[in-house]
Design a protein around this ligand. Structure first.
Ligand SMILES: *[C@@H]1O[C@H](CO)[C@@H](O)[C@H](O)[C@H]1NC(C)=O
Ligand SMILES: *[C@@H]1O[C@H](CO)[C@@H](O)[C@H](O)[C@H]1NC(C)=O
Ligand SMILES: *[C@@H]1O[C@H](CO)[C@@H](O)[C@H](O)[C@H]1NC(C)=O
Length: 262
C-alpha cells in the first residue's frame, strides 16, 4: 500500500503535498531551463509602433549595414543568392567567412572578413550547429568594424534574398534610436515550437537597431557563455536580446522557408 495510514487526514495531506511538489517541479523546469526561459518572450512580443515626432532624416540604404555569415567552401554556390540583391558601392556590409577564400575575390560579392578565432569558447560549445558561435559573433565583429552613421544592422545567412528597397522602407517605420529586434518566426510551426516563438529566424534575416547592436556587442562574450547548448546563432542571440529586456517585433514580410532536416 502506498499510504499505510489509517488516518484519512494524513493520507489526504500526503497526496496534496505530492501533487503540489509535482506542480512546482513542472513550473521550475519551465521557468529555469534556459531553453524554455528564452521562449517566454512569446508573451511579451512587442507591437510595432510607427516612429512619431521624428526629428531625423528619413532612413535610406546608407544607414543599413548587412552582416552576412557564410563559409568559404560554399560561397561559390551560395553567392548567387546574395549577388542577386547586393549592389556594390550602394549596399554596405561585410560577409564573414570561416577561413580566407582564394583570390581574386569577386567585385560583385560583398567585401569579406575572416571571422575571429573562437577556440577560447571551446568549453561552451555544445551547439548542434557547427558555426553557431562564429555566426553569433558576427554582430560584435561587424559593430566593431562599421559603426559610423549606422541606424540598422541586418543579419543574414549566405542564401538570404533581400528586397532592399522594401526592407529600407519597413525599417524606416521604426525609430532607430530605440531598442528594436525585428524579424519573423519560421514558417515551420515545428521549428517555432522547438526553438522559440520569440525568436527571429536567421534564414529570413533580421534587423537590430543601432543601440541594440551596440548593447549586444558589449555583452556578447558573457552571453555566449551563458547559453552553451542552444541549437544555433539566432537562438543564442535571441536569448541574449531577451536578457537585455528587448522582445521580438514581428514583420511578416520576412520569410524563412525551413529545411525540414532540423
Ligand atoms: C541617406 O541620408 C543621409 C542623411 O541622413 C544622406 O547624407 C545620404 O546622402 C542619403 N543617402 C542616400 C543614398 O540617399
Ligand atoms: C565602386 O566604386 C569604386 C570607386 O569608388 C569603383 O572603382 C568601382 O568600379 C565601383 N564598383 C562598382 C561595381 O560599381
Ligand atoms: C567603431 O568602428 C571603428 C572602425 O571604424 C573602430 O575603430 C571602433 O573601435 C568601433 N567602436 C566600437 C565601440 O567598437
Amino acid at each position: 500500500m502506498i499510504f499505510p495510514y489509517k488516518n484519512k487526514f494524513i493520507k489526504t495531506l500526503c497526496q496534496s503535498i505530492a501533487i503540489l511538489g509535482l506542480i512546482l517541479y513542472i513550473v521550475y523546469i519551465f521557468w529555469h531551463h534556459p531553453f524554455y526561459n528564452s521562449s517566454f518572450t512569446i508573451f511579451t512580443t512587442k507591437i510595432a509602433q510607427p516612429a512619431k515626432n521624428r526629428n531625423y532624416s528619413p532612413t535610406n540604404i546608407t544607414h543599413v549595414i548587412f552582416g552576412l555569415s557564410g563559409t568559404t567552401n560554399s560561397w561559390n554556390t551560395k553567392k548567387h543568392y546574395i549577388e542577386s540583391w547586393w549592389c556594390p558601392n550602394k549596399t554596405r556590409g561585410l560577409l564573414f567567412l570561416d577561413r580566407p577564400p582564394p583570390s581574386p575575390w569577386p567585385a560583385t560579392s560583398p567585401p569579406y572578413r575572416v571571422s575571429q578565432d573562437t577556440s577560447r569558447y571551446q568549453m561552451y560549445n555544445k551547439h548542434k550547429l557547427k558555426h553557431a558561435i562564429r555566426m553569433a559573433r558576427v554582430v560584435e565583429e561587424i559593430f566593431n568594424a562599421v559603426n559610423n552613421s549606422v541606424r540598422w544592422y541586418v543579419m543574414t545567412d549566405d542564401d538570404t534574398i533581400i528586397f532592399v528597397d522594401n526592407l529600407v522602407e519597413v525599417l524606416g517605420k521604426y525609430d532607430h534610436r530605440e531598442y528594436w529586434y525585428i524579424g519573423m518566426n519560421s514558417e515551420s510551426i515545428a521549428s517555432n515550437v522547438l526553438f522559440s516563438f520569440g525568436m527571429a529566424f536567421g534564414g529570413a534575416g533580421y534587423a537590430l537597431s543601432f543601440p541594440l547592436a551596440k548593447a549586444l556587442a558589449m555583452n556578447l562574450d558573457v552571453c555566449i557563455k551563458r547559453y552553451p547548448s542552444l541549437y544555433g546563432s539566432d537562438h543564442i542571440l535571441q536569448s541574449c536580446i531577451a536578457d537585455l529586456g528587448v522582445s521580438l517585433t514581428l514583420e511578416r514580410g520576412l520569410h524563412q522557408v525551413i529545411n525540414l532536416g532540423i
